[in-house]
Ligand binder design. Structure first.
Ligand code: SF4
Length: 410
């Protein structure tokens, strides 16, 4: 995505953590505006470049199996629905759908293909150990049969509308041209990009179904119900109204549907007045997001959301005000700790002085090849608070295969 302002360097104070912060993007999406609203620093650090760490864009993400599962189901639905629409099928129960699915290799093959693509994205990620990578591959490989069922459940209740100009041979109205920025005529349009240029706003809708009465907009949701899904659909209604290329006739939105694995939820379509209000809100949000990102160092908003923040290891504000003290964490709880490695204590344990409280605790590592840098300041992400029955008074933090240790340089 192009940017409207210059990027600048920010030293996070973590080894290999020199960040090239992003400028203001030329267009915003629902999720990026939401992210800036929650914490501008998180948006900036997540999308910064880290040339001393790796050559890909953004801070490497730790793999989240639940999120990958969602992406696999979502990506598989996209492939299958596109193929069904292209062939003019009305549903997966139609006779001609069988041939389409056979050509794709079946549900499992589609899911496996999307999963392989997702796993390939983890290649070269400096935050994932080999052991963790193997664990994830195994876990998600075993889950493919379940993915197949989920995909089938979505598709079984989906009714499709043949697109105007689609032949049974699989042709389309504009076969030689990418159709995403062309008028959405009568029929189904999977993965449609909508753009409101005046608002600098864009969104990719999972399915737009158009008939003479207007457009029905469906978004596939693989997680639990959440009010933000309704907001997102309302924003899509605004985008549909504002996008003169995809909706040149100014057709109205007739339905907004959040499609969950087991059921659909219809969201009220906003009235003209509500859309006008929403438009004002979007203008205010983008203004706010632009200004937040133009700050030399975008503001850090510390809160409960920090616990799942992918860049918290780099965020000073979190370590000063958000990370819990070891003594406040219940036995068995997972937490992050910051301090100095004082000395080696045993083959797999280290004496550690917690920053802030100055209290000493024992850090246990999973094996003897796991070393901590003596005398250095480190941040440990995802340690487990444990109690040793033989040393009940001793605070112990156990490092596991999912923990991460960052060396502090300032
Ligand atoms: S840890 Fe919290 S304050 Fe820091 S970037 Fe993440 S969300 Fe923002």
């Amino acid at each position: 995505m192009a940017e409207l302002s210059e990027s600048r360097i920010y030293e996070t104070g973590v080894a290999h953590g020199r960040a090239l912060l992003p400028g203001v993007p030329s267009v915003w999406s629902y999720s990026s505006l939401k992210e800036v609203e929650i914490c501008p620093r998180r948006y900036a650090l997540s999308r910064a470049d880290y040339p001393d760490l790796w050559d890909k864009h953004g801070y490497p993400r730790l793999p989240n199996p639940a999120a990958i599962k969602g992406d696999v189901v979502h990506g598989s639905l996209e492939i299958i629905v596109k193929a069904l629409v292209k062939a003019g099928c009305l549903s997966t129960r139609a006779a001609d759908a069988v041939a389409v699915l056979r050509e794709l290799g079946g549900y499992s093959a589609v899911a496996q293909g999307v999963l392989d693509e997702q796993l390939a994205r983890l290649d070269g990620n400096p935050r994932i150990s080999e052991g963790r990578r193997e664990q994830i591959n195994r876990l998600l490989g075993d889950w493919v049969p379940e993915a197949r069922e989920q995909i089938q459940t979505y598709l079984n209740r989906m009714e499709l509308r043949p697109r105007a100009g689609v032949a049974k041979t699989g042709g389309s109205a504009s076969p030689s041209q990418p159709d995403k920025r062309y008028p959405a005529r009568e029929g189904d349009h999977p993965e449609r990009e909508l753009v409101a240029e005046d608002l600098r706003l864009t969104g990719r809708v999972d399915l737009v179904s158009v008939d003479s009465g207007g457009a029905s907009i469906t978004d596939f949701k693989t997680g639990a119900e959440d009010p933000s899904h309704h907001d997102q659909l309302r924003l899509y209604a605004l985008l549909w109204r504002e996008d003169g290329e995809v909706n040149p006739d100014g057709l109205a939105v007739t339905a907004l549907v959040a499609a969950y694995p087991s059921h659909d939820v219809e969201v009220d379509v906003p009235s003209a007045t509500e859309l006008a209000e929403l438009r004002e809100e979007v203008v205010a949000s983008t203004d706010h997001a632009d200004s937040a990102l133009l700050e030399e160092l975008p503001l850090a908003v510390v809160g409960e959301h920090c616990a799942s923040c992918n860049v918290r290891g780099l965020c000073d504000a979190y370590w000063e005000h958000g990370a819990p003290k070891a003594s406040d964490v219940p036995d068995g709880g997972w937490y992050d700790l910051h301090g100095t490695v004082v000395r080696e204590h045993g083959v797999k344990s280290w004496v550690f002085r917690e920053a802030g409280s100055g209290r000493e605790l024992l850090v246990r590592t999973p094996n003897s090849s796991f070393t901590l840098p003596t005398g250095e300041d480190v941040r440990i992400l995802g340690a487990k608070r444990t109690i040793d029955p033989d040393e009940e008074e001793t605070l112990i933090a156990s490092v596991t295969s999912v923990s991460e240790i960052l060396q502090v340089t300032k």
